[in-house]
Design a protein around this ligand. Structure first.
Ligand code: PRT
Ligand code: ZN
Length: 300
């Protein structure tokens, strides 16, 4: 696959909130890269998978136009692009593949602390400052509200102070930016996190096979994060109770213990956090020799 046409290109944010997490997830998938001098391109050393480092706003377009096969970007950006294309009578040519469980935030409506709010109807006739024109237009249309959208490319939170708008709609994670500007969050328009998108352009079987491999690895990386491997000894009679106590585990493996009569070893992958209380409860149910190990890789 050294033919450049056959290499996979993934669009990743060059420098911002999603960059470190995106690169870390790809590294956990076993991918190694060398970065170009201009730092815009990362060449895949051990697999024919390269990265294009760009502004997050450009990622849906690059994937839609088939410049990149995959992209890692916030759902807020993806939805804005999809709805903006829809408003222009076009259809986005990418599909969401799955959520990546980082970059969590929400696109929220906020107003000065003293502003009364009783649901979307309170936005009727108001001015709303935002960078997310298409998402907010869609939200207003869905609630049959007539309001004016005032475009701000950044620093949306100062719009009410400048007398430019009564409400704002912006991304919020901790809420401290709103609090610092004496704004109160009143409604959520969209819950967001980083997602992976794939172009709708047909890739051909070799490239699609490679995309499927990398998506399967990403899925594995997500699954192992909370997962632990538990090993314990238990009397056969306690097996039912012990299986019930193992958090997020489907079917534990039960292995007879040589020369130990009714005692067995139980091994299980637990997909939820294993707390000290869980171990204490297992012990109380008859388990002994409990061991909890981190899971490094998983392939379903
Ligand atoms: O240069 P480039 O265009 O690539 O980057 P950018 O500056 O547009 O984006 P960046 O790096 O700030 O954010 C990238 C993505 O991170 C966003 O598109 C979201 O999907 C996600 N994300 C998660 C956030 C936040 N949390 C977030 N809190 N993006 C922005 N914010 C900003 C928000 O706009 C507001 O100004 O942080 C402020 C609020 O934060 P709190 O914690 O005070 O509530
Ligand atoms: Zn951006």
């Amino acid at each position: 696959m050294d033919n450049p046409e056959q290499r996979i290109k993934i669009a990743v944010q060059k420098s911002g909130r999603l960059t470190d997490h995106s690169l870390d997830m790809l590294a956990r998938c076993g991918l190694k890269f060398t970065q170009s001098k201009d730092q815009l391109f990362c060449y895949g050393e051990n697999m024919p998978i390269d990265l294009l480092l760009v502004r997050d706003d450009d990622i849906p377009g690059l994937v839609s136009e088939d410049v990149c096969d995959l992209g890692i970007v916030g759902r807020n950006i993806v939805e804005e692009k999809r709805l903006a294309l829809l408003a222009a009578g076009k259809e986005a040519s990418f599909d969401r593949v799955f959520e990546l469980d980082f970059g969590h935030c929400r696109l929220a409506i906020a107003a000065p602390e003293e502003t009364a709010y009783a649901g979307p109807a309170s936005l009727q006739g108001a001015r709303i400052a935002t960078s997310y024109v298409a998402i907010v237009s869609d939200y207003l249309a869905r609630h049959s509200i007539d309001a004016e959208i005032v475009y701000f490319s950044g620093a949306v939170e100062i719009a009410p102070k400048l007398g430019k708008a009564e409400f704002i709609c912006d991304l919020v994670s901790t809420g401290s930016t709103l609090a610092a500007n004496h704004l109160r969050e009143v409604d959520t328009v969209l819950e967001s996190e980083a997602i992976i998108i794939q172009t709708r352009a047909p890739l051909g079987s070799a490239k699609q096979g490679l995309v499927d491999r990398i998506l399967q690895r990403l899925d594995g990386v997500l699954q192992v994060r909370e997962s632990k491997y538990i090993m314990l000894h238990a009397p056969r009679a306690a097996l039912e109770e012990i299986a019930r106590l193992l958090p997020g585990s489907e079917s534990p493996t039960v292995i007879p213990l040589e020369g130990k009569g009714d005692k067995v070893a139980v091994h299980a992958v637990c997909r939820e956090t294993v707390f000290w209380e869980t171990l204490e409860n297992l012990k109380a149910a008859g388990a002994s020799s409990l061991l909890v190990l981190p899971v490094e890789k998983m392939l379903a």
